[in-house]
Ligand binder design. Structure first.
Ligand code: ADP
Ligand code: MG
Length: 358
């Protein structure tokens, strides 16, 4: 898995962005209580920045003098890193800016990337870690300063706005749980389990069209270093012949994920690595029973959902996809954040953020 591209320079100047409202609102306390001492001991100089509002981190990433920083680290959930990555990609010098080493310390209620990084750090064999243990693991990795490459996925929304995503694109069940469980944020990571149970009770089927470019049909290489979405047809064009159009049009969920974990305790794409150049596409078609869907999510804790033998669950490795919802109402999330509802296209950009060698 992840090729190590080196270590950050020593002494390494780190900007640490903390979202005081993420998770149970304890990110700052947990930083001072758990991480500060580790950084001091490892002689890592850092500057702490407490975000004051939504998109504050995005503005900072867009405007920062990056020559002053060897790494940007966020202590929050996945939402704050989403801001930082999109801030970097909005810069004129995005090509250099996105190569700035990024780090994550789990401080939110949705800590999917932190859980994934922990998982990769043990060669995919790390015993799972939650809460304090996950924080200590990520803090330790930060002190070591190892840097690996991570794929990014560009997402085109119906308004032609483009976003960069490092984690997931979801429609249906997963997106609904993501958004509705926000109100359980005060309970921490358990919010996803609570949201799942609540959503199971009101299980919704969504109608739409899904098409994708199978990974086998497109080599991994060409897209690196380019922001061009050369794999995607124009929004009004039909998908190319090399694409697969899914026959079913009634879905319970569509989930495109590019890290191993969807949440601390949901190992959604067991084989995924940070830089495999693959979008792991899952979808569940209508007709699945509530108990069967619950079984899938329970099995996901250990990554065993594909072994459930569920005929409604489909898994494909792809490089690009198009999703056109037909149901007039629904929700789409990117990296756990709700985005505008409508047709979306996405493609993977392997190695876009490959850090420069030292
Ligand atoms: P969680 O995992 O708890 O959801 P996130 O990192 O995803 O934590 O943050 C949740 C949301 O809070 C994100 O949409 C982020 O943009 C927003 N945010 C960041 N800083 C602040 C702040 N100071 N006040 C309010 N919202 C913020
Ligand atoms: Mg979040």
């Amino acid at each position: 898995d992840g090729v190590v591209y080196g270590r950050v320079r020593r002494p390494c100047r780190v900007m640490i962005l903390v979202n005081p409202h993420s998770g149970r609102g304890q990110a700052l306390q947990r930083f001072t209580g758990r991480v500060q001492g580790m950084l001091t001991e490892a002689a890592v100089p850092y500057t702490l920045v407490i975000t004051e509002h939504q998109n504050h981190a995005r503005e900072l990433a867009r405007k920062a003098d990056l020559s002053q920083w060897d790494a940007l680290v966020i202590m929050s959930g996945d939402g704050l890193l989403f801001e930082v990555i999109n801030g970097l990609m909005e810069r004129e010098d995005w090509q250099e800016a996105i190569r700035t080493p990024l780090g994550i310390l789990p401080g939110g209620s949705g800590n999917a990337l932190a859980a994934s990084v922990h998982h990769y750090s043990g060669g995919g064999g790390s015993p799972p870690a939650w809460n304090e243990e996950l924080l200590l693991s990520c803090g330790f990795l930060l002190c070591k300063g190892l840097v690996v490459s991570m794929d990014l996925v560009s997402v085109h929304l119906s308004s032609r706005q483009r976003l960069f995503s490092f984690l997931s694109l979801a429609w249906g069940f997963v997106a609904d749980v993501d958004a509705e469980s926000e109100k359980y944020r005060h309970v921490g990571a358990v919010r996803f389990l609570m949201g799942t149970l609540a959503r199971l009770a009101s299980l919704t089927v969504y109608r739409g069209r899904l098409a994708y470019l199978p990974a086998a049909e497109a080599p991994k290489t060409a897209e690196a270093r380019s922001q061009d979405d050369s794999l995607l047809p124009g929004p009004d064009q039909p998908v190319p012949e090399s694409w697969t159009v899914v026959r079913e049009e009634d879905f319970v969920l569509v989930l495109a994920i590019y890290q191993s974990h969807l949440a601390e305790d949901l190992r959604a794409a067991p084989g995924a690595t940070a830089d495999d150049g693959v979008i792991h596409l899952f979808y569940v078609t209508a007709g699945i029973s509530r108990p069967a869907l619950l079984r899938l999510f329970l099995a996901m804790e250990k990554g065993g959902h594909l072994a459930c033998g569920c005929p409604h669950l489909v898994y494909e490795k792809v490089r690009a996809l198009r999703l056109e919802p037909v149901s007039p109402q629904g929700r789409i999330t990117v990296d756990g954040e709700t985005v505008e509802y409508g047709p979306v296209q996405a493609q993977v950009h392997p190695g876009l953020d490959t850090p420069p060698p030292h």
